[in-house]
Design a protein around this ligand. Structure first.
Ligand code: SF4
Length: 457
């Protein structure tokens, strides 16, 4: 059990700020350094970073068995808006326009809606995307409507059996919750995402869950996240049966087709596997079945738009690609038509939708691989700038204790997670020791250990 601060980890994060004009360079060099910047790679080529988590609270209304938060999380204060605004500005200065900023926590919906609206507006004002990452319990239709009006782009619902929701004995039963969440977000102009932790308790159900998600036309993005031994959760090491390959097979079984996860890369292949599918009426077809075509399109897109935020100009880029490479465009069009034809009778049964499918392989806190951390596409905003999510999870308490500096016209202020509001003094309090907290404030391993001591006495 981790009840002391872990040793500092010396792995260099990929989030170092690039002083030149091309903000893609650090990620590109990180990927190149580990042989991952091949012709299928999109990261560092079309964008400097895939997404950055902005933790707006450490509090949560669940106690997941694989929670990545720390034992001290429930004993912290939320960052004031001024701190979060400063971190948003830092994200923008590192990665430019178009990067996805994930409003996360803890569960971000425990903050006031006014705060979340202000954050969405600021992210939009700076030309970035925002995504609300929530377990959905408090994400009411009224809240989502307000946030969509304030500029929220995506809502990602985390629903799975690690959450131990009362009254649900399987992933299939949880589909009732997923359906209800889709209804809440439908028609608001938000892209709807679903995150699922793949662990020993639901691995056998992944094919059926993948099939369910495939058949939800409103869902634009599906992410399967493999169990990782990090954070305060009571479940620890991943079972041997859960590997990238076995999860790929389970997801493909559910989609009923090969998904060609090797055709296009989003960052390091040991971290992320990506596919893009079209589906209709209970059938799905991979759009990435021809890797040669995918690589030719990537090379042509790179040629027609060399900008570092090329991914946010995809439509004009495709227009230019068609004009400059008509034969390639014809090839791609023919491939697309073939994909649609392969949907066959599904075309008669329902609308055609595109869906991104992602498999994410977080690392255990005590088994970080330097090359993967140095080419990470999934960062967390900290007081000292963006940091790889895996590194951050392994050393959370150091970052909760680290002071944020906020410069304002009234002076310079300081904040860390042990501080309620801003402080004029830089010598901030230390984080509370969770051993001294009452049982009701504890979660995860520490709560389980305290409870079993109590039961035994
Ligand atoms: S968060 Fe971890 S698993 Fe994900 S891309 Fe970064 S280093 Fe890889």
């Amino acid at each position: 059990m981790k009840d002391t601060l872990p040793d500092p980890i010396t792995i260099k994060p990929a989030g170092r700020r690039f002083q030149g004009s091309d903000q893609r360079a650090p990620l590109r060099e990180g990927l190149r350094g580990c042989g991952e910047f091949g012709p299928s790679q999109t990261a560092g080529r079309f964008y400097p970073m895939a997404c950055v988590a902005l933790e707006v609270t450490q509090r949560c209304n669940l106690d997941c068995t694989l929670c990545y938060l720390s034992d001290r999380a429930e004993m912290t204060y939320d960052p004031p808006l001024s701190v979060l605004f400063a971190r948003i500005t830092t994200i923008r200065s590192h990665y430019g326009r178009g990067v996805s900023v994930q409003l996360t926590g803890g569960d971000p919906t425990l903050r006031k809606v006014d705060d979340l609206e202000a954050l969405c507006r600021e992210i939009k004002r700076l030309g970035m995307r925002s995504c609300l990452m929530t377990n959905g319990i408090r994400a009411s239709r009224a809240m989502l409507t307000r946030l969509a009006a304030a500029g929220l782009d995506d809502v990602a619902f985390h629903v799975d059996m690690t959450q131990e929701r009362n009254g649900f004995a399987s992933e299939m039963e949880l589909n009732r919750v997923r359906k209800a969440y889709i209804d809440r977000a439908r028609g608001l102009g938000l892209r709807i995402l679903f995150n699922t932790t793949v662990f020993g308790g639901n691995f056998a159900e992944i094919p059926a869950l993948a099939r369910f998600l495939r058949d939800q036309p409103e869902v634009g993005f599906v992410s399967f996240q493999m169990q990782a031994d990090t954070g305060r959760g009571v479940l620890r090491a991943r079972p041997d049966a859960i590997t990238q390959d076995s999860v790929i097979r389970a997801v493909e079984q559910g989609y009923g087709t090969s998904l060609h996860f090797d055709s296009a890369a989003v960052g390091h292949s040991s971290c992320n596997r990506y596919s893009s599918v079209v589906s209709a009426g209970g059938k799905a077809v991979s759009l990435l079945s021809n890797q040669r075509l995918v690589q030719r399109v990537i090379a042509a897109l790179e040629e027609v738009d060399t900008g570092q935020d090329a991914h946010i100009r995809i439509r004009p880029s495709v227009g230019r690609l068609i004009r400059r490479h008509p034969l390639l465009a014809l090839w791609a069009l023919g491939h697309l038509a073939g994909c649609l034809l392969r949907l066959g009778s599904g075309l008669l049964r329902g609308p055609v939708r595109r869906q991104a499918v992602f498999i994410h392989n977080f690392m255990a806190a005590d088994a970080l691989e330097e090359d993967r951390c140095a080419s990470c596409v999934f960062m967390v905003a900290t007081a000292n700038g963006p940091l790889s999510m895996c590194v951050h999870n392994a050393q959370r308490d150091q970052h909760l204790a680290a002071p944020d500096r906020v410069d304002s016209p009234m002076g310079t202020y300081w904040w860390n997670a042990a501080t309620r509001g801003l402080s004029a003094r830089p010598n901030l309090p230390v984080l509370k020791d969770p051993e001294a907290a009452p049982l009701k404030r504890l979660k995860g391993q520490l709560r389980a250990a305290r409870q079993s001591r109590k039961d035994a006495s």
